[in-house]
Design a protein around this ligand. Structure first.
Ligand code: DGY
Length: 334
């Protein structure tokens, strides 16, 4: 009998077909949003799940679904999964690193440039028919990106890819802050200089957030941090909602103590803080940082590879390519 897996969100049809070669699959072709009770009901009796950031995988769910052995999350971030609870129960967790690095860095750069060069505001202006006079000299003038100081908070793979774009492509001075400092070789390759957080906030013309969400990064950028930034600066969040205090950010943007922001992620998404929705100087996108066609396919495909290896469903088994809690693979609770 094939192992049973649940696919919680709609994905490419050929990905589902590939899963069906190895598993008894329940998928969600109409992309219905399942509440926790519905997720629990559907996951019950399954061995694996292809989960997404919108699925909360916690101890209560695992206890209600004790047959689950693999939680294969589509995304590099996995703050929707209680990894400790999974590890305690011998459940393997996997994610999708690497395949989305460059695409997400492209998007972060695009969002930062859109905020700085006021692309959202000016696009709305044209679309609404407000462009009635040509040649207004300082119309939608914003700060330069090239040659400016790029600040990066969080310097993992995506942070380094953003840094390379800034240093190599745009002649920016790149400064970063991270829990741990990069090796000298990685700093040289990224063209980035390590600074403390206060210096980062004070000196960045454009600050990009690329750190994982955890209890310790909750509101890493709040009113106090925003007050330390230049009033001409921009802030871009492509990491996770909750890293920025969205209410404090809206207040700073409204007061003009920060020039502009680009946000792809939000506290409580898909809800967006109403104060942000009413502001002209923030570009808002619906968590699409890794959403290029090629990368979304690569993420889905890597997740299938992880599921096949995790549930021993391939012709020769093997190691899952990207385990989060690899220690589980050597326990006998599986
Ligand atoms: C990720 O990969 O973590 C993206 O944010 C998609 O969830």
């Amino acid at each position: 009998m094939k192992p049973a897996v649940l696919v919680t969100r709609a994905t490419f049809p050929d990905i589902v077909e590939r899963l069906r070669e190895h598993f008894d699959v329940e998928d969600n072709p109409h992309d219905t949003l399942w509440d926790p009770a519905e997720l629990r009901r559907r996951l019950h009796g399954k061995q694996g799940v292809m989960s997404h950031g919108s699925d909360r995988i916690d101890a209560a769910l695992l206890d209600a679904c004790p047959t689950v052995k693999a939680v294969c999350n589509v995304g590099v971030g996995y703050n929707n999964v209680d990894v400790e609870a999974c590890t305690q129960r011998g459940v393997l967790v996997t994610n999708t690193p690497d395949v989305l690095t460059e695409t997400t860095a492209d998007f972060g750069f695009a969002l930062m440039m859109a905020a700085a060069r006021r692309i959202g505001e000016s696009e709305r202006f044209v679309r609404q028919g407000d462009w009635t006079k040509t040649g207004i000299f300082d119309m939608f003038a914003g700060p330069d990106v090239h040659g400016a100081t790029l600040g990066i908070l969080g310097m993992g793979r995506i942070g380094r890819a953003v840094a390379r774009r800034g240093s190599l492509g745009f002649g920016m001075q790149v400064i970063y802050h991270n829990r741990s400092r990069l090796s000298p070789e990685a700093e040289t390759e990224s063209g980035a200089l390590y600074v403390d957080k206060a210096t980062l906030l004070r000196e960045a013309d454009h600050l990009v957030l690329v750190l994982p969400y955890s209890e310790s990064s909750h509101h890493a950028i709040g009113a106090g941090e925003l007050a330390q930034m230049k009033p001409t600066a921009t802030l871009t969040n492509i990491a996770r909602g909750g890293i920025v205090d969205d209410a404090a950010l809206a207040a700073a943007l409204r007061a003009g103590t920060l020039a502009a922001a680009g946000l792809d992620v939000f506290e409580g998404e898909p809800m967006v803080h109403p104060a942000l929705l009413g502001l002209p100087n923030v570009v808002l996108t619906p968590h699409i940082g890794s959403a290029s066609i090629q990368t979304r396919r690569a993420m889905a495909s890597l997740t299938v590879d992880n599921l096949i290896a995790a549930l021993g469903a391939g012709p020769c088994g093997g190691q899952p390519p990207s385990p989060v809690n690899a220690e589980v693979l050597s326990t006998d609770r599986r």
